[in-house]
Write a protein of this length. Structure first.
Lengths: 348, 278
C-alpha cells in the first residue's frame, strides 16, 4: 500500500510541487484569490486582506523560528521598521511606492543584523528576551525622533500607485496584498530548497553537527535574521497601508505573540502552516463574535465591552490546546486526516 | 573521500595531523588534557583509546575548532594540520581543509530525510559535486540508498551511524575523525561500521583517527594505538605490539594473563609506568 510520495530524482526533489493534486489545489487557491474581489462583500474582503497581511508576517517569522529554530519576539519591532521604512520615504519624501516597498524590507533587514549579532550565541529563552528588547527599543527610537517619524502622532499613508496602477478601492488593496503573499510564498519556498535553507534546517535540528559539516553558524543565522525581517518588514508596510496610518500604537506588542501563536497553531516550520495559522487566528475572533451574537443581545454586549480580553483569553486557550493536543498544529491535523483517508479502515 | 592519496615521500613531509604537547583547559580551571602529543601520519589508522573522562573527546573538539563553544582553550602546545598550527581557525575552515568529524552519538538532523542529512555533509561542495559524492556514499552503504526518503530520526541506531559516517564523507575529508562509532550498537553492526572504515583506509588511502572505548575492535583495524587516562597518554605504540602488551590486555581488553590473577605488584608496576610515561 502506498504510504506517501517518494521522490526519485533530484529534479523532483527540487520541484516546488510534487503531485497533480497539489497543483490542482494551487490552481484553486489562485483562482479563489483572483475571484474573491468580485464576490466577497467589503467586510469579508477586509478580513481576508488582513489574513493575508498576517500570513506574510507569519511566513517571515517562520523563516527564523520555524526553519532556523531561533525564537523571536521581535516581530513587532521589524513590522514597525517596515511600516516606517515605507511611510517615511513615500509619504514624507514623496518617493515612488516601489522604492518604499524595497526600503520596507531593507530597513528591518539592516536592523536585524544589529539585533542578530548579539543574539548569535543565544538560543531559546535568552534569544526571545533579546529580540523582545529589540522590539521595545525600536518603538522608543521611533518616539525619540519626531523630526523623522512624526513621533506619537504618526504618518498618514495613502494607498499607493504601483507601476501606474492606482490602488484605490478595497478590491485593489486585496489584489496588491495577494500579489505580495504569492511572491512571499514563492520566495520562501525557493529559499527552503536552496543550500541556505538546508543549512537552516541543519542548525535547527543539531547546531553542533551543522558546525562540523562546515556551516558557519554566524553567517547562516544572520541570513535567517535578514531574510525573515525583510519579509516581516513588508508585512509591516502592508499593514500600515491597510490601516492607512502608521503609528507605534498601530503595532502593539501583542502582534509578536500573535505571530508565534500563528506558527504554533498552524504548524511550525511549514509555509502552509503559517498561512493556515494566520487564517485561523485572524478568523477566530470573528467567528466567536458571530457565535456570541447568536446567543442574543446580552452576550453581544459582553463581547463589545470586553472584546480585547475575550480575544486574549481565546488566543491563550487555543495555544494551550494545540500545544497539548496537536503540537504540529493544523498541518499536523491535516497530515493525520490524510493518513486516515489513505489507510482507513486499518490503523496503519 | 575517495581519491587515492599518495603516501608522503620519505620522512620529510609532516604528518597529516600532529598534536604537540597540547594542554587543554575548560573555563580556565578544569584541566582536561595535559601535555598530550600524538601524530597521525598520512594514510594511517590511529586509534585513541581510554575510558570516560580521559580527554579523548576534548582532543577531538580541539581538532574541529568547537572547543571555544564550551569555554575550552588550548593553553599550551599546538595542533598542527599539515604542519600548520590550527590555532583559532573557525570550524568551517577546518572542514574545508579536509577534516571531517563523525560526532559522538551521531548527532543526525532528526527531522530531515537521509538524503538531506547526507547532502548537508557536502555543505561546502558545489552542486555539481553533490550528486557524485552522494552516489559514492550510497555505493558504500547500499542500505542508505533504500532508506534515502525516510526521516533520519526514524532509522535504527546502526543505520543512523551509517548516515553519520556517510555525511562526514560528503566533505571529501583527508582526515576522518570518528568519535565512538560503536556507541550503543549491536556487535554485528559495529563489525560492519568498522569494516567500512577499514575499507576507506585500504581502498582510498583515507587517514583515520578513531576515538573509542571499545578497545578490542579498534585495535584490530588500527596501525598505531594511543591510550589516554586522566588527560595524559599513558601508553602508545604499534597496534600489534599493544595487543600483546599484558597491561593493555588486563586493563582494556579484559583478559587476565595466563588465566591466573596477576599480582598486586604488577598493578603497581603499571601505575608507576603510567606516571613515568606521562
Amino acid at each position: 500500500m502506498r504510504s506517501g510520495f517518494y521522490k526519485q530524482t533530484i529534479a523532483e526533489h527540487l520541484a516546488l510541487t510534487d503531485s497533480w493534486t497539489q497543483r490542482a489545489w494551487i490552481a484553486v487557491a489562485l483562482a479563489a484569490l483572483a475571484t474573491a474581489p468580485f464576490v466577497l462583500d467589503t467586510y469579508l474582503l477586509t478580513l481576508v486582506t488582513l489574513m493575508m497581511i498576517t500570513a506574510v508576517g507569519g511566513i517571515g517569522l517562520n523563516i527564523l523560528t520555524g526553519w532556523t529554530g531561533l525564537i523571536s519576539l521581535g516581530q513587532t519591532g521589524f513590522m514597525v521598521l517596515g511600516a516606517y521604512g515605507y511611510a517615511i520615504p513615500v509619504e514624507t519624501w514623496g518617493w515612488d511606492p516601489l522604492a518604499g516597498f524595497l526600503l520596507a524590507g531593507l530597513v528591518p533587514a539592516a536592523a536585524s543584523v544589529l539585533v542578530g549579532i548579539p543574539s548569535l550565541r543565544l538560543t531559546g529563552l535568552y534569544l526571545a528576551i533579546t529580540t523582545l528588547a529589540s522590539a521595545f527599543i525600536v518603538v522608543h527610537l521611533v518616539l525619540e525622533f519626531p523630526g523623522l517619524t512624526n513621533g506619537a502622532s504618526g504618518i498618514f499613508v495613502n494607498r499607493p500607485t504601483v507601476l501606474g496602477w492606482t490602488v484605490f478601492t478595497d478590491q485593489d488593496l486585496f489584489r496588491l496584498v495577494a500579489i505580495f503573499l504569492v511572491l512571499t510564498i514563492l520566495g520562501a519556498l525557493n529559499l527552503r530548497r536552496s543550500r541556505i535553507g538546508r543549512a537552516w534546517f541543519a542548525i535547527r535540528d543539531k547546531d553542533d553537527a551543522a558546525r562540523v559539516m562546515g556551516v558557519d553558524l554566524r553567517t547562516y543565522k544572520l541570513y535567517a535574521f535578514v531574510a525573515s525581517s525583510f519579509v516581516v518588514g513588508l508585512s509591516g508596510a502592508l499593514y500600515g497601508i491597510f490601516l492607512s496610518f502608521v503609528t507605534v500604537d498601530g503595532f502593539p506588542f501583542l502582534l509578536s505573540i500573535e505571530a508565534l501563536a500563528m506558527l504554533i497553531v498552524g504548524g511550525m516550520g511549514s509555509i502552509a502552516g503559517a498561512v493556515l495559522g494566520a487564517v485561523f487566528l485572524v478568523g477566530l475572533p470573528e467567528v466567536v463574535s458571530m457565535v456570541f451574537s447568536a446567543f442574543g443581545d446580552s452576550a453581544r454586549a459582553l463581547l463589545s465591552t470586553g472584546a480585547h480580553e475575550v480575544k486574549g483569553v481565546l488566543y491563550g486557550l487555543v495555544i494551550i490546546g494545540f500545544l497539548r493536543l496537536q503540537p504540529e498544529g493544523l498541518m499536523g491535523l491535516w497530515r493525520d486526516a490524510q493518513r486516515v483517508w489513505t489507510l482507513w479502515p486499518l490503523r496503519y | 573521500m575517495i581519491q587515492t592519496q599518495t603516501q608522503a615521500a620519505g620522512g620529510a613531509a609532516p604528518p597529516l595531523l600532529e598534536i604537540r604537547n597540547a594542554r587543554i583547559v575548560y573555563d580556565h580551571a578544569v584541566e582536561a588534557v595535559r601535555e598530550v602529543s600524538l601524530s597521525v601520519p598520512q594514510g594511517s589508522v590511529v586509534a585513541l583509546l581510554g575510558s570516560n573522562g580521559a580527554g579523548k573527546s576534548t582532543l577531538l573538539k580541539a581538532l574541529t575548532g568547537t572547543l571555544a563553544l564550551e569555554d575550552g582553550e588550548v593553553e599550551k602546545g599546538a595542533i598542527l594540520l599539515d604542519g600548520e598550527d590550527l590555532g583559532r581557525t573557525p570550524t568551517d575552515r577546518i572542514v574545508a581543509r579536509g577534516v571531517s568529524l563523525v560526532p559522538e552519538g551521531r548527532r543526525l538532523f532528526a527531522n530531515l530525510t537521509v538524503e538531506d542529512n547526507i547532502t548537508m555533509g557536502g555543505h561546502l561542495k558545489g552542486a555539481a559535486d553533490l550528486a557524485r559524492l552522494r552516489a559514492q556514499v550510497y555505493d558504500l552503504f547500499p542500505r542508505l540508498a533504500e532508506r534515502r526518503r525516510q526521516i533520519a530520526g526514524y532509522l535504527s541506531g546502526g543505520e543512523q551511524q551509517m548516515v553519520a559516517v556517510g555525511r562526514a564523507l560528503m566533505a571529501e575529508p583527508r582526515l576522518l575523525a570518528l568519535d565512538e562509532p560503536s556507541l550503543g550498537l549491536a556487535p554485528l553492526i559495529v563489525d560492519q561500521i568498522y569494516a567500512t572504515v577499514a575499507r576507506l583506509n585500504a581502498e582510498f588511502g583515507m587517514t583515520i583517527l578513531l576515538v573509542e572505548q571499545n578497545a578490542m575492535q579498534a585495535m584490530e583495524i588500527a596501525d598505531t594505538v594511543y591510550i589516554m587516562e586522566n588527560g595524559r597518554i599513558v601508553l602508545d605504540g604499534p597496534a600489534e605490539q599493544m595487543r600483546g602488551n599484558l597491561d593493555v590486555q588486563e586493563y582494556y581488553l579484559g583478559f587476565s594473563g595466563g588465566g591466573e590473577r596477576r599480582s598486586f605488584r604488577d598493578v603497581k608496576h603499571y601505575k608507576r609506568r603510567k606516571r613515568w610515561l606521562s
